[in-house]
Design a protein around this ligand. Structure first.
Ligand code: PAF
Length: 284
């Protein structure tokens, strides 16, 4: 595994792999890697011959007081995990490599999908996320990219970004691979934020997935689904949103469910925001 910290070395490594006919897989992350990320890397290795994992804490996707400075930076642990998983490159650039002063970076606007839910709570977050994702795609030039379903609104935005850029001819085709959410034994979706939960808060957080499951089984009325989910959630989890949305547009669905529909949730446990979701596809 090569640890690469600047764009020039990355371009060289990718060009060499491509000259050998290798298919390039890319897993973008902000580091602080856990088994959820490793599942993405594993998936990338199944279908690609050269796998790049990025670890870059993107200042553009953090608002005031959202903890950019405090975001865990654990590069040596990340490097070990990526090595053990067998990926080829850990790309850990500095801010000046991703946003060099002499290169005009196109700042992207997330539009309607990015304005609801996470976009309301974190204004500008998705603009910054799309800007860095597009920039990293330019740098890595992958054939396939791997994202986790846990961040479903992010996935919907990246899918639209790729569709738009590929259709307009701005970008060569890239396949978006969406990987299942990785959960612990109690169903809690893995997240770098979980490590900040106290023992008691962890117990509260563990009620999120059972709430989603209960909701998904209570259909087809939207009200019954959200009521069933709320009833399972520990009251100490402060609900920010619990909604049924169209999986692509993230617009709310009618009162009797069309399928597939995504049940999305955000809660605050103490100071820690946790999100999760479940696709209701009518098969259960
Ligand atoms: O999901 C994340 O970790 C980040 O939003 C991403 C996609 C790496 C962009 O910074």
């Amino acid at each position: 595994m090569q640890l690469i910290q600047n764009g020039r070395d990355l371009t060289q490594a990718v060009a060499q792999a491509r000259s050998l006919g290798k298919k390039i897989g890319f897993v973008p992350t902000m580091g602080a890697l856990h088994q959820g990320h490793m599942a993405l890397v594993k998936k990338a290795e199944e279908t690609c011959d050269f796998v790049v994992v990025s670890a870059f804490v993107n200042p553009l996707q953090f608002g005031e007081g959202e903890g950019f400075e405090d975001y865990p930076r654990t590069i040596s642990v990340d490097a070990r995990l990526v090595t053990d998983q067998g990926a080829d490159v850990l790309f850990a650039p500095g801010v000046n490599d991703v946003y060099p002063k002499d290169v005009e970076i196109k700042k992207l606007i997330a539009g309607p999908i990015g304005q609801a839910f996470e976009g309301t709570i974190r204004p500008g977050h998705f603009d910054g996320m799309l800007t860095v994702v597009s920039r990293l795609f330019d740098m890595v030039t992958p054939d396939q990219v791997f994202f986790g379903e846990k961040d479903a609104q992010q996935v919907a935005l990246v899918a639209k970004l790729l569709r738009d850029q590929i259709v307009s001819g701005e970008r060569s085709p890239i396949k978006l691979v969406v990987c299942d959410t990785v959960r612990d034994a109690d169903g809690l979706a893995l997240s770098s934020r979980n490590r900040r939960l106290s023992k008691d808060q962890l117990e509260v957080a563990k009620t999120i997935y059972p709430a989603l499951l209960a909701g998904s089984r209570a259909g087809p009325s939207a009200a019954k689904i959200t009521d069933a989910a709320k009833a399972k959630l520990d009251p100490a989890a402060k609900l920010e949103y619990l909604e049924l949305v169209d999986p692509q547009s993230f617009t709310p669905v009618p009162s009797t469910l069309p399928t597939p529909t995504r049940l999305i949730i955000s809660v605050r446990v103490g100071e820690i925001r946790l999100i999760d979701n479940l696709l209701i596809d009518g098969t259960e």
